[in-house]
Design a protein around this ligand. Structure first.
Ligand code: PMP
Length: 345
């Protein structure tokens, strides 16, 4: 078909160029202006579309990929979905080793996108042969003509954000951004975006979001991985029990930790106040922003961009499910107004 302004040639052309939305209510009483870069707008509903496309296209350029090659990855779900989507369009096989912490919705979505999924126990060490890292490595060794994306240790992960997320934020804020708040898992988003932004203006402050139960904040402060920091937590895709080389710790000014409970409530509050239906780590990033604001991090001139990494629809059996929230004990300790659903008989 001839080029037509109303038609995209395939789903991959819609990756990136996500909107930036001013937050008007949830930030009431805080100094500064706050905006979200809403990555849930990507066609695969998360920021991971960017890295899946970038890493695969770089491998294609290097001649590593040919039709039928198997793409293997460890993923909390989002990277897997994006890799599966790119694989469909480009004709690759996709195998994913995921953590048992991932919601069943996420696993079903990966299956719906044609990926073969291995679910691995969440609470074992990274070196355990059952961990999703070790399972992915083994599958890569056993599968002829396969590549292992290895997002935690792949520089191309951060490069994808240097090439797209950073420039988009710079352009959308017309260079006025003063602070970036981003959840850190592999660290690709924060490291790549920060590199671009700091090249433009070294005064921009880069604020990472970590979870209680993860080693990132303490490693940033002490350069040591403290095993005492590690314990199970609920937020998916944020924080880590190892140090990913995809993270450039030197470019991050500060980490802020958030709790599972606060992040979950904050995600629900984003929906109720801003009408933006975002994921669990979006709640975490918003919670961290509010904690930082209370510590005096921002002033009247601050223009704070908060990355919301994915869409809320991924969490229907978790933070947006009242039974799950109650099971976690999250309704007991914080006042929460439950919406009423009436069943007409
Ligand atoms: N939020 C979600 C929902 C994610 O899946 C991830 C990726 N693990 C992140 C945040 C963190 O992004 P990054 O890996 O680029 O640090």
């Amino acid at each position: 078909m001839e080029q037509n302004l109303g038609i995209t040639n395939n789903i991959l052309e819609l990756i990136g160029k996500t909107p930036m939305i001013k937050l008007n209510r949830i930030t009431k009483g805080l100094k500064g202006e706050f905006f979200t870069k809403f990555e849930g707008y990507n066609p695969g509903h998360s920021t991971k579309d960017r890295i899946a496309l970038h890493i695969i296209e770089q491998a294609e350029k290097q001649g590593i990929l040919k039709k039928g090659t198997t793409i293997i990855e460890t993923t909390s779900g989002n990277t897997g979905f994006s890799l599966a989507m790119v694989s469909i369009i480009k004709g690759y096989e996709c195998i994913l080793a995921v953590s048992s912490k991932s919601s069943m919705d996420k696993i079903d979505m990966l299956k719906a996108m044609g990926a073969k999924v291995y679910v691995c126990p969440a609470h074992v060490s990274a070196n355990d042969p059952r961990s999703y890292y070790q399972v992915a490595k083994r599958l890569h060794e056993e599968t002829a003509d396969s590549i292992y994306i290895n997002q935690y240790f792949n520089q191309l992960n951060a490069d994808a954000h240097y090439a797209s997320t950073g420039p988009e934020i710079w352009e959308q804020t017309q260079g006025k951004i003063t602070h970036l708040v981003a959840a850190s898992g592999t660290g690709g988003t924060i490291s790549g975006t920060a590199k671009y932004l700091k090249e433009k203006n070294p005064n921009i402050k880069i604020l990472g979001v970590d979870a209680f139960g993860s080693v990132l904040k303490k490693f940033h402060e002490t350069k040591e991985l403290d095993p005492a920091e590690i314990y199970p937590y609920r937020i998916e895709g944020l924080g880590k029990n190892l140090i990913p080389t995809a993270t450039n710790f030197d470019i991050i000014d500060k980490f802020e930790k958030v709790s599972d409970e606060d992040a979950a409530h904050r995600a629900r509050e984003i929906a109720l106040t801003e009408g933006i239906f975002a994921g669990y780590t979006s709640g975490a990033a918003m919670q961290a922003t509010i904690q930082l604001a209370k510590q005096g991090e921002f002033d009247e001139n601050s223009k704070v961009v908060i990355i919301f990494p994915d869409h809320g629809s991924r969490y229907m059996s978790k933070i947006y499910n009242d039974n799950w929230m109650a099971e976690q004990g999250f309704f007991d300790t914080q006042k929460y107004v439950q919406q009423v659903v009436e069943f007409i008989k």
